[in-house]
Design a protein around this ligand. Structure first.
Ligand code: AMP
Ligand code: GLY
Length: 423
């Protein structure tokens, strides 16, 4: 089987590594891919993940047996629909289901209609009405979210009325997130611990993967700005079997059923961002895809062939498939460019990697690198996801951090406390 992966970050590197293990896979292609992915897949850096027409043209040229669309933007923009229309078997939700991530107003409305636990909220397009609602609620912190995709930056947790008012103004009047912020969601702040659960679903049944914990803030002790994710561990020990059973009954199955009832069957990987509150688990957000960097710690623990799972989803027989996990732990430490998530420099040579972009101490998923004249150079904010598995979390973390210390580039920064809360 030949498979074309769309995307070019650490998540796509982890997907490529999982697919490369399958005895069914002959050749992998990746568009755009990156320096590290090129050791596993033929990359097409000129085709960006958001270039729907370009990706379809590439698929027509390569004629893959499967297309795997990994990032949010092309999913929300309907790349799966376009690929399927050309006759390609494709992994990922169609646009009418990807809207679960593409519009927070949609996903909140769905949860309200079907009684799925989430923070209380209202949606607004008018500044005065939003500000009046915030004043009336008089509950801080207040959470203000842009409706659409905003690179994980469209959420403002305002500590008082002034901050909340400014957040509303920046989105609805100043257009800080463009069209994505022309409608906003104002919601109740939920106190608790966050857990990510990725789940395979064919629109009928849902099979949760091993749980994980992301670290969204840039610096140790959850200080600094929100990022795309600075590191992950799996499984998340705070997500107990009792909580898992509660989530299956109150959140996972109801969501899958609700989407099908709405005529929007969700097929692919559904990301549940959960808050474990004192009143039970609630949905913080849905994403219509694998998480990044959650995928980097979840897929290495998967023992079932990922291709078998993809085929079961396409053929809507996921319910019959037994998915096996290794029972080990996995940890990923992200090495980022100095300054990320704000301004940072690129083009820095990376030392400590072999010719395949790997380290003898851990698996190195490349997020933002390119290979030039045999040298790996930084190209993004998040550069590497240094990942190790172990019999327990402690040994996985030790291996990952040992590898991190052997890799360097100018102004590299990483968190020193990944997984600490879980030990
Ligand atoms: P989102 O893009 O919706 O995942 O939000 C980004 C981050 O903001 C989440 O991972 C949470 O840490 C935080 N967040 C979002 N909504 C809430 C909420 N209602 N209460 C508390 N924290 C939230
Ligand atoms: N790690 C968060 C996300 O993938 O959205």
């Amino acid at each position: 089987m030949n498979i074309l992966i769309i995307g070019g970050g650490g998540r796509e590197h982890a997907i490529a590594a999982a697919l490369a293990k399958s005895p069914k896979v002959d050749k992998l292609y990746c568009a755009p891919g990156n320096g590290g992915i090129s050791a596993l897949a033929e990359c097409f850096p000129e085709v960006k993940a958001t270039d729907i027409e370009g990706a379809v043209e590439l698929a027509k040229k390569l004629n893959p047996d499967y297309v795997f669309v990994a990032p949010d933007d092309p999913l929300v923009m309907g790349m799966v629909d376009k690929m399927e229309a050309e006759g390609f078997k494709t992994f990922g939700p169609r646009a009418n289901a990807a809207i679960l991530e593409g519009s927070k107003a949609f996903s909140k409305g769905l949860m309200k209609k079907y009684g799925i636990p989430t923070a209380a909220y209202e949606t607004f397009t008018d500044e005065d009405k939003a500000v009046a609602y915030i004043k009336e609620q008089n509950s801080y912190p207040a959470v203000i979210k842009a409706d659409g995709l905003a690179l994980g930056k469209g959420v403002i947790i305002a500590k008082d009325f002034e901050e909340a008012k400014a957040a509303v103004h920046s989105m609805l009047v100043d257009g800080k997130f463009g069209k994505s912020g022309s409608e906003i969601v104002v919601e109740e702040f939920m106190d608790g611990t966050e857990v990510t659960v990725l789940a395979f679903t064919d629109g009928k049944s849902v099979k949760p993967m091993v749980s994980s914990m992301d670290h969204k803030r840039a610096y140790d002790n959850d200080e600094g700005l929100n990022t795309g994710g600075m590191g992950t561990i799996a499984p998340n020990p705070l997500y107990t079997p009792e909580i898992a059973a509660e989530c299956m009954e109150k959140i996972f199955l109801p969501t899958i059923k609700a989407m099908s009832a709405e005529g929007r069957p969700f097929k692919g990987c559904l990301y549940f961002g959960l808050m474990l509150t004192k009143n039970g688990a609630k949905v913080v957000e849905y994403n219509c895809r694998f998480g990044d960097p959650e995928t980097q710690v979840v897929l290495p623990l998967l023992e079932t062939d990922l291709v078998d799972i993809m085929e079961a989803i396409t053929e809507e027989r996921l319910g019959d498939l037994d998915i096996k996990w290794s029972g080990k732990s996995c940890a990923c430490v992200v090495m980022a460019s100095g300054g990320y998530p704000e301004k940072y420099e690129t083009g820095k040579p990376i030392s400590g990697l072999d010719e395949k972009g790997q380290s003898p101490l851990a698996y190195v998923y490349h997020a933002g690198t390119k290979l030039e004249d045999g040298k790996y150079l930084t190209t993004g904010g998040r550069v590497l996801g240094v990942t190790a598995t172990g019999d327990d979390l402690r040994s996985a973390l030790d291996s990952a951090y040992k590898a991190v210390e052997s890799i360097s580039f100018e102004k590299a920064h990483y968190r020193h406390d990944i997984g600490k809360k879980a030990l």
